[in-house]
Design a protein around this ligand. Structure first.
Ligand code: ATP
Ligand code: MG
Length: 275
């Protein structure tokens, strides 16, 4: 699953690491591929990623096997991370002259033999060769959308790129999931943006939105996901719920039917619009 949106700061990394941890806590084996030179996903998962650590740069540019860079995430059983170091900042240019420059990540993932249920790829805020590598390697795209003004601007370009990659390089790729992030139920703007996204994308939008939560934003500074930092917080519960929806979708089970007994775990104002 490719977590992409070229707009910066919309919650791509937060969504990648917290969904991955949620899926792992549900019992799945999950790999996070950090494809952003900022290395935020590596930091949030408590994975060492200083310049000498073998990283996704070595995989993409030096053709090193993925198995040599993957590290287990401390604290969460079944969760693994391929870290990004600052070297990756140069990869966008170095890749240009390499053979099969768009499909290097796909090749590495195909050759990776460890059993996994999910791979989540955290993309940088751009549509360059790193994101293209993710789109070629993935089966599905998850777009986090921040419930703010301008949220939908630029999305057309991302959707066109997904179409281009599907047409030329990866016929199975599709946008399967939209997740509303940093939802503040007290503002009319957030619900207007949410309505607009739902009317535009329909079924792809998860019923669960992620509330704006201080606990979510604090967790990375402790090298943790919110699932281990504050498991009972509304942020942790909403990511668990979003992961459940994704897992059910993956096996073709209707979320509505299983959701009835759950009650309002999240901010009730957030759940109101959902039921
Ligand atoms: P970039 O484009 O730079 O990679 P991004 O799309 O990965 O950014 P994040 O880094 O996940 O976005 O989030 C941006 C900021 O918003 C971070 O400081 C993060 O802690 C904060 N944040 C994300 N989600 C929430 C939330 N639900 N509540 C509060 N803060 C949040
Ligand atoms: Mg990020």
């Amino acid at each position: 699953m490719v977590v992409a949106n070229q707009k910066g700061g919309v919650g791509k990394t937060t969504t990648t690491v917290n969904l991955a941890a949620s899926l792992a806590l549900h019992g799945a084996r999950v790999l996070v591929v950090d494809l952003d030179p900022q290395g935020n996903a590596s930091t949030a998962l408590g994975i060492d990623h200083h310049a000498d650590v073998p990283s996704i740069y070595d995989v993409l540019v030096e053709s090193r096997p993925l198995s040599e860079v993957v590290q287990p995430v401390p604290d969460v059983e079944g969760l693994f991370c391929a870290p990004a170091t600052i070297d990756l900042a140069g990869a966008e240019i170095e890749l240009v002259s390499l053979v099969a420059r768009e499909s290097r990540l796909q090749r590495a993932i195909t050759a990776y033999e460890q059993p996994l249920d999910y791979i989540l790829i955290d993309c940088p805020p751009s549509l360059g060769l790193l994101t293209v590598n993710a789109l070629v390697a993935g089966q599905e795209v998850l777009i986090p959308i921040q419930c703010e003004y301008y949220a939908l601007e630029g999305l057309g370009q991302l959707l066109r790129n997904v179409d281009l990659v599907r047409g030329h390089l990866n016929p199975t790729l599709h946008v399967s999931t939209i997740l509303l992030t940093m939802y503040d139920g007290r503002t009319r703007l957030a619900s207007q943006v949410a309505d607009e996204v739902r009317s535009h994308f329909g079924e792809e939008v998860l019923r669960t939105s992620i509330p704006r939560s201080v606990r979510i934003s604090e967790a990375p500074s402790y090298g943790q996901t919110v699932l281990t930092y504050d498991p009972g917080s509304s942020g942790a519960l909403s990511y668990l719920e979003a992961a459940r929806e994704i897992a059910l979708k993956g096996v073709g089970v209707n979320y509505d039917a299983t959701h009835a007994h759950l009650g309002a775990q999240n901010d009730p104002s957030m759940v109101e619009g959902i039921q």
